[in-house]
Design a protein. Structure first.
Length: 357
């Protein structure tokens, strides 16, 4: 591994592009107290020239002198060692291309879906438009940023595609089974998400007042995170042709994702064997906690933890997982990836306990 860890107490400089949204704000929150990183610049076209604390008052006292700038050149003028991109799909790929044209050695972590897949046709089918730089999908330059699946590669990575929030919960629930050949037949995946997953701009049907006190399904069997789940698990040994049936749900909460997987097991597989698979898989994973009872979103809210439990009966494993969609599902996982990319302890700046109701 080529380490780029800071020397003599110096902190590495991190830029955040698209820092006015929920993902960008959450990234700033995690970086605010990180011992190895400091935020050197932030962008927002809409808020260029405004102080960060005018847009994110909860960050007052941490970024009082930081002002939003507009574009890649202004951000690069702050001399970042890495940039976290909290930009929309399609915009992120163009932005990454612009940054790398000026600073080809810059490290990037992309929170969007623009670099998670390996096929332009698959991207078009799930994101509804042509990829602006399709060669990046097949170049092999971008590593998939789920540390529990890809830790060694991330330690040498310069370009990291942060996983989707639904994908993170599903993958951490399925990886131990996929790696041991314990998935037979289609996987049934139901997951409920909070309103913050829809972004900071209110939209009909996703704005929190429209969801409060209600539950509904959407993008049934057609969610854009499905192909990245299948791709990641295929690299872990699952046949890529295995059907993955996902039913995402909109829940009456602001943050969090609760995942339920129904997995058919090979004949004769015992609950002890399945539990042993999870214990072995996550023995050295600092942010996956195995639970005996049901995980709860309240216990992972505001953290980088994923809580997982498994129950086996009649040849079926039911795996439950809870994450904070803005934490392990987005921003804190990006910081976990930055830690690995720069040779810092994986847990640096991230060991924060969950809350209680």
């Amino acid at each position: 591994m080529t380490s780029a860890a800071p020397q003599d107490g110096a902190r590495l400089r991190i830029g955040v592009a698209g820092a006015s949204g929920y993902g960008g704000a959450e990234t700033l929150r995690w970086l605010a107290t990180h011992p190895g990183f400091e935020v050197c610049g932030v962008t927002s076209r809409r808020n260029a020239g405004r102080p960060v604390t005018a847009v994110h008052p909860h960050l007052a006292g941490f970024y009082d002198d930081l002002v939003f700038v507009e574009g890649p050149r202004e951000l690069l003028a702050a001399r970042p060692d890495a940039v976290v991109m909290g930009l929309p799909h399609r915009h992120a790929a163009a932005y990454a291309h612009a940054l790398r044209a000026i600073a080809p050695e810059l490290r990037l972590v992309d929170l969007s879906g623009d670099h998670r897949l390996d096929d332009a046709g698959l991207y078009r089918a799930h994101y509804g438009a042509d990829h602006p730089h399709p060669e990046q999908l097949t170049s092999g330059a971008w590593e998939y940023g789920l540390p529990e699946a890809n830790r060694t590669a991330l330690e040498d990575a310069r370009l990291v595609a942060n996983p989707g929030c639904f994908a993170t919960g599903a993958l951490l629930a399925a990886l131990p089974l996929a790696r041991r050949g314990l998935i037979t037949g289609a996987v049934r995946h139901v997951a409920m998400t909070g309103s913050s997953g829809s972004g900071i701009e209110p939209k009909a049907g996703t704005h929190h007042p429209e969801r409060a006190g209600d539950v509904k399904a959407y993008k049934v069997l057609a969610h854009q995170h499905t192909p990245e789940v299948v791709l990641c698990l295929s690299r872990a040994g699952l046949d890529r042709a295995t059907p993955w049936w996902m039913v995402p749900q909109s829940g009456p909460l602001a943050r969090g994702i609760f995942t339920t997987l129904f997995v058919d097991l090979p004949p004769g597989t015992t609950e002890d064997a399945v539990r042993a698979a999870f214990a072995e898989e996550y023995a050295d994973a600092p942010f996956v906690r195995l639970r005996d009872g049901t995980p709860r979103i309240a216990h992972v809210r505001g953290t980088n933890f994923c809580d997982v439990s498994v129950t086996v009966a009649e040849g079926i494993a039911v795996v439950l997982a809870a994450i904070d969609n803005l934490g392990k599902g987005m921003a804190s996982q990006a910081v976990q990836n930055l830690n690995l990319m720069f040779g810092l302890p994986e847990t640096s700046g991230l060991l924060v306990p969950g809350t209680r109701p």
